[in-house]
Ligand binder design. Structure first.
Ligand SMILES: Cc1ncc(COP(=O)(O)O)c(C=O)c1O
Length: 427
């Protein structure tokens, strides 16, 4: 049955729509932190549909909110007042930390970042953008133009002039050997050098922890140091919180808060987890920046009632159950457990990340060379053991990505770690 579906998938969908596994899975349902495939196999889900099932699969509170809203109205457009949209915008504006914040809802992270770019380039009257090496911000023509990851850059054509800055990857590149302070100083010097050679940029866009790039980041405080340089020149800072938002990193509600000395970003983008699978993205900016457009703009499906009802219920659950605290506690245990395992696996170069956003980078033993084949083998072995994880990393995809729903229990973390240990040892 699954084989037949795979044939139909290939016959009708694009070749570049990649599937995981030699024998791809059809997931038919889920509950809590578990999903089931069409053959009835049960898996512990440590990837949440790419960090999107944020609280839990089939969370009754979210299901109830969706079905009740579906019984009233699904969509009316933003031409009419929309109570759930206003309510969710109020909550997000307050949580964002951005003063006098305005929120615009989109349907995806890509569209959120595209909006952020539209705002920043219009506000600053510049189409020059700074982005980080190894970054990923989405799939649209504009988002691909700020993607510093070859594996996700199908074209170099772009409406933007993009310059890539160092700092998103701590343990590789020309500054890897430096201590944290010296690393930040070197990245700041690089930023200043870039700024000296270019027309005034609109913004710097950065993921506080790079997602598709393999859960890498610079040292805490890096973006605060960047911010000082940028603010002197009026350059905006866009924090892409599509993967790092809503407490996933445990220590902070937003990834930017690891750099808090700088205060909130000028623009913040979000998506993925807030809808728990319903398509919600959005951008937050202070009024002056958000309102700089002098023409109408609309996202037909953005803020539609059905998705907003889900977002409100999901966010309420997250906050009421302190899932950020859970991510910190259970994620901390999981990271230490993985570090202990990795110390005994020659392929494991590094265990990194924070909260429930953990990466394990694999290299060929005795070298620093990425080993994407090993990452694929561990993915397969984990699946055989009943665990779903993801992978990522520069153009070589050699990092395992572990990002379970934030309700993960200690027992489930232990179970997943044991499966992962066997998978890593099988290399
Ligand atoms: C950091 C980041 N920004 C933006 C996006 C794009 O989001 P979407 O796939 O919802 O368009 C992604 C998707 O993986 C992401 O990880």
């Amino acid at each position: 049955m699954t084989k037949d579906l795979l044939g139909r998938h290939h016959a009708v969908l694009p070749d570049w729509l990649a599937l995981y596994y030699e024998e791809p899975l059809e997931i038919t349902h889920g509950e809590g932190r578990h999903v089931w495939d069409a053959e009835g196999n049960r898996y512990l889900d440590f990837f949440g549909g790419i960090l999107t099932t944020m609280t839990a699969h089939a969370l009754p509170e979210v299901t109830k909110a969706i079905s009740e809203q579906a019984g009233r109205i699904l969509h009316s457009s933003t031409l009419y007042l929309n109570r759930p949209m206003v309510e969710l915008a109020e909550r997000i504006a307050e949580l964002s930390g951005i003063p006098d914040a305005r929120v615009f809802f989109t349907t995806s992270g890509t569209e959120a970042n595209d909006t952020a770019l539209l705002l920043a380039t219009t506000y600053r009257r510049s189409n020059t953008v700074l982005a980080m090496r190894n970054s990923y911000h989405g799939r649209s023509f504009s988002a691909v133009g700020i993607t510093g990851n070859r594996g996700w850059s199908p074209t170099s054509l772009s409406p933007l002039q993009t310059l890539y800055v160092h700092g998103g990857v701590r343990t590789r590149g020309p500054f890897a050997h430096l201590d944290d302070d010296a690393f930040i100083a070197a990245c700041v010097a690089d930023l200043k050098d870039v700024l000296g050679h270019t027309r005034p940029p609109a913004a710097l866009i950065a993921e506080p922890v790079q997602g598709v790039g393999g859960f890498t980041s610079g040292p805490d405080g890096l973006y605060a140091a960047f911010r000082e340089v940028l603010a002197e020149r009026g350059v905006l800072w866009i924090a892409d919180e599509v993967q790092t938002g809503w407490g996933r990193t445990g220590d902070h509600f937003w990834g930017w808060q690891a750099h808090a000395r700088s205060g909130p970003p000028d623009i913040l983008t979000f998506a993925k987890g807030i809808g728990n699978g319903m398509s919600i993205g959005g951008v937050v900016a202070r009024a002056e920046v958000m309102n700089c457009l002098d023409a109408n703009s609309i996202s037909t499906f953005g803020g539609t009632q059905i998705t907003m009802a889900a977002g409100l219920a999901n966010l309420a659950y997250l906050l009421e159950h302190d899932l950020q605290g859970n991510a910190r506690r259970v994620g901390g245990l999981l990271r230490e457990r993985l570090r202990a395992v990795a110390a005994q696996v020659p392929h494991a170069r590094e265990v990194r990340g924070r909260g429930l956003m953990l990466g394990v980078e694999l290299t060929r033993p005795g070298t620093d060379e990425a080993d994407p084949a090993a990452a694929s083998a561990v993915l397969e072995a984990a699946r055989d053991g009943g665990l779903l994880i993801g992978k990522g990393g520069g153009h070589d995809t050699s990092a395992l990505r572990i990002a379970p729903p934030l309700t993960l229990t200690v027992a489930e973390a232990e179970e997943g770690a044991a499966i992962l240990e066997n998978a890593l040892r099988s290399l």
